[in-house]
Design a binder for this molecule. Structure first.
Ligand code: NA7
Length: 544
């Protein structure tokens, strides 16, 4: 690489103007936008195909928990017109086919380098660029580095003694092999009952000889109520796309469900129950995202709804003791991610399914034969780890990212997690993040499209003015971070341990809740802030 200082944003001595890490939903759209804006760009992707989350999470039962058409791209009318979803909540193979179709349609494959793991990224002050180092030792230079890593892409295994001694097959849901896994006639253990565990447990229970589920904390699950989409319905969905995306941009979390303006106790008990019965019979996240306005913030309202949901579980499970084990007692409905299910609870009525309560009998270790708890050894052929991810910061920690001061980002964030708009970090010039820490939760594809477009506009602003370096001002970072922390107050979810509050008991240093790990404000308030920064000429950012 040249050591000269270039005069303009575009420098042919650099390999690229922009390098994007990750070929998931964010990375693909980012590459598309960069190319449309005339940048020389590429994606570095560690997998052998596109899809990100939907490439890695190919476990049985993996599917969207949001309506397929609301959780896909919206940027191309042609694409919206062409693609037909077969189910209201598409399964992983269909989602992967869709993302491959998108990459093919927009000719993105030619600028994606697969099997390309980024191990290090070093900012070079003199050249005002990033040097990206790959696992094979080769390097790539770029003016701008964009991370499109995904918020749940660093799977974590439990810290259990003997985990490597198991002689059977074992799989993590987030690292599922491409080759088919057979469950027929096998004794299988599943550890973990989050969204992934719930999806896979209900799917494989009918295939296995015996299924033993090891549950530490139950989650509140709600019915998915999935169904096929026929041609007429798909045409109707297509005709309605504009209105549906308008609803997404007006709802708090970007979903098609908006909160009911009524308070839980502003209606009679009979009206309340009737409303909840309707939501229980509705699709997807309606009972979570489309409920009374106060159920996720007022403890009394939340308790009332939790009692309703607990009774639903009791009604669906034959054995009252098992039912009680599946009812969360340490958090209210909707305060952790609600897994969506299809006959998940009925799975525990099957004679070939056992539920082990790890609070009563904790796991002591993994042996060559299976799982050992304080009450005995469970011999199995296969162990499925549905034990989650080192969320959001975990995928950054995997890469040794060094900014202007030479300090590792991982070290920086271990004591001080602050960003500007979740897009930039001070002292890490020209590093831009899609879905970084302090970012929005909710409907990710909707958030991703917005952020990608915002980042692309910022880069166009720089290119047109020949600005080579950007980083946020310290005061802008402080103002944003204070705003994020202030917004963390009202939601009950922020008072509960989960990956959404930065907890992962399997990762050293991730045992305390991080206030403002994610942005708790609405989609609209986030966009208003970002829009005002752009309209104001990015005064919060320092350019040179
Ligand atoms: P989650 O939601 O983080 O769930 C992980 C599950 O694994 C959860 O039930 C954990 O119990 C359990 N777990 C983790 N470590 C252990 C150990 N050491 N022993 C026993 N059980 C353990 O991950 P998912 O993959 O299901 O879902 C992630 C997101 O993907 C989800 O929110 C959706 O947005 C899509 P715990 O609750 O910590 O007691």
């Amino acid at each position: 690489m040249s050591t000269r200082t270039s005069e303009s944003f575009i420098d042919s001595n650099l390999d690229y103007d922009v390098v994007v890490i990750g070929a998931g939903i964010s990375g693909l759209y980012q590459l598309y936008c960069l190319r449309e804006a005339g940048f020389r760009a590429c994606i570095l992707e560690r997998g052998t195909g596109v899809g990100g989350t939907w490439y890695w999470n190919r476990y049985p039962g993996a599917r969207f928990d949001s309506e397929s058409y609301s959780y896909a791209y919206s940027f191309s009318e042609e694409l919206l017109e062409e693609w037909n979803w077969s189910e209201h909540f598409a399964s992983q193979p269909e989602i992967l086919r869709y993302l491959e179709y998108v990459a093919d349609k927009f000719n993105l494959f030619k600028d994606i380098r697969f099997s390309c793991e980024v191990t290090k990224a070093q900012y070079m002050e003199e050249e005002t660029c990033w040097q990206v180092i790959l696992a094979d030792g080769s390097t790539v230079s770029t003016r701008i580095l964009i991370t499109a890593l995904g918020i749940l892409s660093e799977p974590t295994f439990p810290n259990i003694e003997g985990i490597n001694s198991f002689s059977g097959e074992s799989f993590h849901t987030g690292l599922w092999p491409k080759t088919p896994v057979t469950f027929e006639g096998k004794n299988v253990a599943v550890i973990g009952t989050g969204a992934s565990g719930v999806q896979t447990i209900q799917e494989i229970a009918a295939q296995v000889r015996n299924l033993t589920v090891f549950q530490r904390r139950p989650n509140w699950c709600a019915p998915l109520n999935n169904s096929d989409i026929d041609v007429d319905e798909m045409n109707e969905i297509k005709a309605n796309y504009k209105d549906m995306f308008a609803i997404c941009s007006e709802s708090h979390g970007g979903f098609i469900w908006t909160l009911d303006p009524r308070g839980t106790f502003e209606v009679t008990a009979a009206e309340r129950v009737s409303f909840w019965e309707d939501l229980y019979a509705s699709r997807g996240m309606s009972i979570w995202q489309g409920n009374f306005r106060d159920v996720l913030s007022d403890p009394m309202a939340n308790k009332e709804l939790s009692d309703f949901m607990a009774n639903k579980i009791r009604q669906r499970i034959h054995d009252p003791e098992i039912a009680e084990l599946l009812i969360p007692k340490d958090h209210g409905f909707g305060t952790r991610r609600v897994p969506l299910e299809t006959k998940y609870y009925e799975t525990y009525n099957r004679p070939n399914v056992d539920l082990i309560d790890l609070n009563r009998s904790p796991i002591r270790g993994i042996s060559p034969k299976g799982v050992i708890t304080s009450e005995g050894e469970y011999n199995v052929d296969t162990i499925v780890y549905a034990t989650g991810f080192n969320a959001i910061t975990g995928s950054f920690d995997r890469i040794d990212i060094r900014g202007a001061s030479g300090r590792a980002l991982k070290e920086e964030w271990s004591s001080h997690l602050e960003t500007f708009l979740s897009v930039q970090v001070p002292n890490y010039p020209n590093l831009l993040m899609i879905n970084g820490p302090q970012g929005l939760g909710g409907n990710h594809p909707r958030n991703i499209e917005y952020s990608v477009e915002w980042v692309t506009s910022l880069l166009e602003h720089m290119k047109s003015r020949d600005l080579r370096r950007v980083e946020p001002s310290i005061s802008a970072v402080q103002t944003w971070s204070e705003h994020v922390r202030a917004k963390s107050g009202s939601a009950l979810a922020n008072k509960i341990d989960s990956w959404m509050t930065g907890i992962n008991t399997n990762v050293p240093g991730k045992d305390k809740r991080v206030v403002g790990f994610r942005y708790g404000g609405s989609v609209q308030s986030y966009r208003l802030l970002c829009d005002s920064v752009a309209k104001g000429g990015y005064k919060e950012m320092i350019f040179s």
